[in-house]
Design a protein around this ligand. Structure first.
Ligand code: TXE
Length: 503
């Protein structure tokens, strides 16, 4: 991996990306394209095709046909080898992919490098599972019958991705889905098409047949065409709860399966017996890493009243020293917000919160520094005097904005933590092991970290309670989410039976 990343000159012509349909790299049939803006420079740096109905239809049709070709006939062990090979190719191409993601979404290059380094693990883990998808032979349910089950690929899967970590979120879906033998039409977010398109070039090099992985680019309209296509058997979506609801309704029209990974408003719960230095560090990591643009952002700090002031002052002191700047800079700690509308949304929530009675401890505005003026920057922000019923405590901001809510005892901490429509993540900070498990069991969230925050792995199930989603990604069961179970009944008897009686 080289350490020297270069950003295209601000006045360079935008790079033109094409999309992948079957074996072909193509533009949209309409000829339409859309622009991707670099969030640090505020300039268009790339364009990609705006796929319409004919493009989506071609991709879904070719994906469907791939099952009748070498992909469907391939022994599972061979499929697994090629998935693992894809992981090796990602490792070889990691620097280029990390740079493309950072150019598209403005996240720190060093964070993207870290993600890319971890990514082959997904393809290695799930590639190893391709030949271990065993069915069962249930004990004879009736005389003279052989019954066995098979786990068959669900079919063509539409993958709809957000802009915050395109390749990591893609890996959560694609690696287990390939292991199951499915075919894919991927729709990256309109803000971040580049890294997924560059990644798709590796698929053929890994020996995965043409048509198994297709990429169509465009905005929510392209996503809607994909979810509505009758050839799509399943949709796996990561994004906002509002769009997830639309995806689910559209998929319901043709009974496509859905996996949804949606928004959150995750609490970091700090008890008065916690190591406050560790807790402060965890809270900072939870809300200011990636400028708060992660689904598991610890955006609510629930803190015992006894340690409230001390903890808030520690976090505020650290927040004030966070180095905002060029995502390519080795010492930058926080980059810009990914795009203008998202920046506007973040800023508007600070106004909403203060109008509701919250007070700004630090941040709350765009930075004054002239070097940061073109980029979509927002200061790390801490809001105190927040009540859990306020909008700032109930709605996902998806930015570097922390809402601090005091509590008086364990019971009220759990009540406040759960008084929310979401249930994605939660952090518990305490030195009392009994309390840690008690609270971990009572908090309604798909991932609970104790004296830690924001860890994920291919081997650990991930997903949400309540409006944070449906289904789980990662872990051994993730492959099953991409299969249909078929039961095969074989009559072993030479007799014929009464056709009018249920066998
Ligand atoms: O998300 P959308 P946006 C949250 C976060 C953020 C908010 C809005 O709160 O502020 O969502 O972000 C595609 N049918 N998260 O507007 O709309 C769209 O093109 C099919 C949380 O970017 O959910 C993109 O590819 N697809 C989150 C993807 O959905 C549709 C990560 C996500 O876009 C569609 C991102 C439709 N009707 C945002 N409408 C997380 N959980 O990590 C849009 N899309």
């Amino acid at each position: 991996m080289t350490e020297t990343a270069t950003r295209p000159a601000v006045d360079a012509e935008p790079r033109e990306f094409d999309m992948l349909i079957g074996a072909d790299w193509v533009g949209a049939r309409s000829g339409e394209r859309f622009a991707s803006v670099n969030p640090f420079t505020g300039r268009v740096w790339a364009t990609a095709p705006a796929a319409g109905a004919a493009d989506v239809d071609a991709a879904v049709t070719l994906a469907g046909k791939a099952l009748d070709g070498p992909w469907g006939a391939m022994p599972a062990a061979e499929r697994g080898r090629r998935i693992r090979r894809l992981g090796e190719l990602i490792a070889e191409q990691a620097e280029e992919l990390a740079v493309l993601e950072s150019l598209d979404n403005g996240k720190l290059l060093r964070e993207m490098r870290g993600q890319l380094k971890a990514l082959p693990g997904w393809y290695e883990y799930f590639g190893g599972m391709a030949d271990k998808l065993e069915g069962v032979t249930p004990p004879d349910p009736k005389p003279n019958l052989l019954v066995y089950t098979r786990h068959e690929p669900v079919g063509v899967v539409g993958l709809i991705l957000p802009w915050n970590s395109p390749l990591l979120i893609l890996a959560n879906k694609l690696a287990p889905g390939l292991a199951a033998g499915c075919m894919f039409v991927i729709k990256p977010a309109e803000q971040t098409p580049a890294s997924v398109l560059a990644f798709a070039k590796l698929v053929a090099r890994a020996g995965i047949p043409d048509g198994v992985v297709n990429v169509v680019t465009g905005d929510g309209r392209t996503g809607q065409l994909l979810t509505a296509h009758p050839g799509v058997a399943k949709v796996s979506f990561t994004g906002s709860t509002a769009s997830g609801i639309k995806v689910m309704k559209s998929a319901a029209d043709h009974v496509a399966r859905v996996t949804l990974e949606l928004g959150g408003k995750s609490p970091n719960i700090v008890f008065d017996d916690a190591d406050l230095e560790a807790a402060a560090n965890g809270v900072v990591a939870g809300i200011f890493a990636a400028a708060g643009q992660t689904c598991v952002a610890g955006s609510r700090l629930l803190v015992h009243r006894r340690v409230h002031d001390e903890l808030v002052s520690r976090i505020a002191a650290r927040a004030r020293t966070i180095r905002l700047g060029d995502p390519f800079g080795e010492t930058t700690e926080m980059g810009p917000i990914a795009f203008q509308e998202q920046l506007d949304k973040v800023a508007s929530y600070v106004d909403i919160a203060t109008a509701e009675g919250a007070s700004v401890v630090t941040g709350g505005k765009r930075p004054d520094s002239p070097e940061l003026a073109r980029g979509f920057f927002f200061e790390p922000t801490i809001l105190a005097d927040v009540d859990n019923s306020m909008r700032i405590a109930q709605e996902e901001v998806f930015g570097p904005v922390l809402a601090v809510i005091p509590f008086d005892d364990e019971e009220s901490a759990v009540t406040i933590a759960n008084d929310i429509p979401f249930g994605l993540g939660a952090g518990i900070w305490t030195d009392n092991v009994r309390r840690a498990h008690r609270v971990a069991h009572r908090v309604k969230a798909g991932s609970v970290w104790v004296n830690e925050y924001r860890l994920t792995s291919y081997s650990v199930p991930f997903g949400g309670f309540k409006q944070s989603g449906i289904g789980r990604e990662n872990g051994m069961d993730a492959v099953r989410e991409y299969t249909e179970t078929k039961s095969v009944w074989v009559n072993l008897s030479d007799d014929t039976r009464d056709p009018f009686v249920l066998g």
